[in-house]
Design a protein around this ligand. Structure first.
Ligand code: ZN
Ligand code: ZN
Length: 392
């Protein structure tokens, strides 16, 4: 089967789809236009797409016989960012932008669906196509709650993220944790307000907060192995009303990321350590505190078997020397699938200075090297045939 040539024929359509999605970005769970366009395209292929969680679209490509079910996932949502690119297809929705490449994911999976339906009689099983809303705010779990992984039950999953930190032509894949788990926290430090001229008559929560920001950094450098990447960041500090008043309270908010299972109840348990440390630091300063930690994403943990399969396929597409190990401290709700079935999450390099596609994800100037999208389509398609043991 010569997929490369067939996909090359569809390149123009692939780019046109991506540009259309790029021009009309929609925020999470509001992807009505996108979902409609996806549905129309899939119906045109003779498939019967169904909605899930309102703006999600799922369709089955049933092969030559019943068999295992492989899920291919693309996310379809955009971000609340005002695009600063000047392109013929710059976002027309002010303040909303496809700044993470999900427009490319949607287009790649649609074209992959087109090729797969053409070869469906060589698939001894079922491909479940998932166009998932609201990736940026952990939408995957809602789809799972609504039965995404059932009827027919999913046996394995594959997701691809186009990735500007990797150069065009490279594919990043490795087993184990490849995207970080993330907890968000809020700490309220209670002191006792007063006059800055009489600090002895008050209890200053500002100095306790300052000490806590510094001391929290000892968790990842002194308490948790350096082989277990952990980042504790404070993103917001709020307290006080005027320069000569000691405030009653200071509130700190931040995030903790780990490139391993991490989280509450784990061996390392960074949330419990932060709570213990915050209470101890506050006690030193005569304050009390309340610590709230909430889980946002679990780590995306790649399955060894699926990685071997995709690694081999990727090597056939771009050459073994261009398939590299890669992991990121960013979060991804693909973890909702990878924690339930053997899965692989792959980074598709698209960084190319001559195409101005090296801006970080979520930057208002983010863009991709569109020439790399055909590689993404080929990776979806050939991984399907590799999974079903039909590589001829
Ligand atoms: Zn993103
Ligand atoms: Zn993304």
């Amino acid at each position: 089967m010569e997929f490369k040539a067939r996909i090359a024929e569809l390149k123009e359509e692939l780019i046109a789809l991506r540009r259309d999605f790029h021009m009309h970005p929609e925020l999470g769970f509001q992807e009505y236009r996108t979902a409609e366009k996806v549905e129309t395209f899939l119906k045109g292929l003779g498939l019967s797409p169904k909605r899930i969680a309102d703006t999600g679209v799922v369709a089955l490509i049933e092969g030559s016989s019943p068999g295992p079910v492989l899920m291919l996932r693309a996310d379809i949502d955009a971000l609340p960012i005002r695009e600063e690119n000047d392109l013929p297809y710059t976002s027309v929705n002010d303040g909303v932008m496809h700044a993470c490449g999900h427009d490319a994911h949607t287009a790649m999976l649609l074209i992959a669906a087109k090729v797969l339906t053409e070869y469906r009689n060589r698939i001894p099983g079922t491909v479940k196509l998932v166009f998932q809303p609201n990736e940026e705010i952990a939408g995957a779990e809602k789809l799972v709650e609504q039965g995404l992984m059932k009827n027919p039950d999913v046996n394995a999953a594959l997701g691809i993220h186009i990735w500007t930190p990797l150069p065009s032509g490279q594919i990043g894949i490795q087993s184990g944790a490849v995207m970080a788990s993330m907890d968000v926290f809020k700490i309220v430090i209670q002191g006792r307000g007063g006059h800055t001229g009489y600090p002895e008559s008050a209890v200053d929560p500002v100095i306790a907060a300052s000490a806590l920001v510094m001391d929290a950094q000892r968790i990842q450098t002194r308490e948790i192995s350096l082989m277990k990447p952990t980042v504790i960041m404070f993103g917001k500090i709020e307290g006080g009303t005027k320069n000569n008043i000691i405030p009653d309270t200071v509130t700190l908010e931040g995030s903790m990321r780990y490139l391993y299972a991490g989280g509450s109840g784990s061996e390392e348990d960074p949330p419990a350590r932060l709570k213990r440390l915050a209470e101890a630091v506050c006690a030193v300063h005569g304050c009390s505190c309340e610590v709230h930690v909430e889980r946002e994403n679990s780590a995306v943990v790649n399955d060894r078997g699926m990685v071997e399969l995709v690694h081999k396929t990727a090597s056939q597409i771009v050459g073994a020397d261009r398939v590299v190990g890669h992991a990121s401290m960013a979060g991804e709700d693909f973890s909702a699938y990878a924690s339930r079935v053997p899965a692989a999450f792959v980074f598709l390099g698209t960084g190319n200075p001559s195409k101005k596609s090296t801006y970080p994800h979520h930057n208002p100037r983010f863009n991709i090297d569109e020439d790399t999208m055909t590689t993404g389509v080929e990776l979806f398609v050939r991984s399907v045939f590799a999974y079903f043991g039909n590589t001829t």
